[in-house]
Design a protein. Sequence first.
Length: 312
Amino acid sequence: MEPIRIAWDWHMPRSTPQERRELVRFVTELGFDVLVVSRPEVDMVETAHEAGIRVVAVLSPGLDAARTKADPEIVQRMLPSEEAMLEAGRVDGDEQRQRLSHRWFPLFQSGDLLCYEHPRARRIIDERVDESLAVADGVALDGFGFRNHYACFCSRCSTAHGSDAERLARFSEESLIGVSKRIYERAKSRRQDAIVLNHVWPPFNPNPYYGARLYLDYCTQTISWFYRPVWPIERVRLEARLHKSLEDKSRNTFVPFIGLYDDPYQRRSADRIRAELDIALEYGEGSVVLCTLEGPAHDATIRAVVKDALLR
């Protein structure tokens, strides 16, 4: 596959047609050719196509409280003790503890997620793929994991995997691979040229490097994360090299993912971003994902670094 430069954004304004046009212009100026956003608008997709940009819609397994209440059988379940720990974390300030203890992901995901093994949950995922492709050029899987990072304990899954640790880990990994294959095949059946990519999140604890087994066009793997403390640049290179070594192009193509927030506590220097982009483009064979666009939008130096890396 040709190199792909993906801008994955959650924060840039796009509530008006003018803001959407400006976002497309900015993405083009920086040198990206794919824009990933949640629920893209038709007019933004049309503007993007005129600029040679493809727009991909975020696809999530998340559920709101109303859907959970209406059909609780389709929802992932954690162990009762894990639910209790999550609730205790809410009371005791889990977010602050996470930051101070330098965890780069929370102990538990707080929102409800679909169970990938339930037939009705699978139909909901199919519907979400269809809805996305009615507007966008592809889908980007985000949040396809487990709330506790290793398994679902609904009655259906508990019966299937039992309590043996190795059997549970195998079942859970195959469940994640299965849902990616289902989404990939559904997307390609609706549009053969649809882009199917992801961000491996949340982590899967039994095998943090399972992403090479997923069915996708592009598997975007974190090599530098959003939060402090900043990973040593040696780890960034190590992560990129390891993911590249595991790549199985019969399943997907590895693309390095760089997380970048713009709030004062999370900012990294332009020199640091330049070093990360150099590593990403080396091990991604010219491909890279940058998330989000606030940093380049608000900092002219970082903007220049991104443009230089992508357009040289």
